[in-house]
Design a protein around this ligand. Structure first.
Ligand SMILES: [Zn+2]
Length: 83
């Protein structure tokens, strides 16, 4: 699940949580929140660079965990089952 970062739009109208910024774990398809769940004042989403490793390192694991069967191409030009 993605973690989204929010912080107060107006630091004068904020609580301790949103003044400094807070992280919110949300469903992938849920809309971003617009108000602080603590104080109800307006917050905006922060787009900080996510710390991800080499781009496709987790791809096969993700596919595997999701129940997909992945195939690798053999030297003979045929596909053989890898998992
Ligand atoms: Zn707040």
């Amino acid at each position: 699940m993605p973690i989204r970062e929010y912080s107060a739009v107006d630091s004068k109208k904020s609580c301790k949580a949103c003044k400094e910024g807070f992280e919110q774990v949300e469903q992938m398809d849920s809309p971003s929140i617009t108000v602080c769940p603590e104080c109800g004042n307006k917050v905006e989403r922060q787009f900080s660079a996510p710390s991800v490793g080499p781009s496709d390192s987790g791809l096969h694991d993700r596919a595997k965990n999701a129940g997909f069967t992945t195939y690798k191409k053999s030297s003979k030009g045929e596909y053989e089952k890898k998992y």
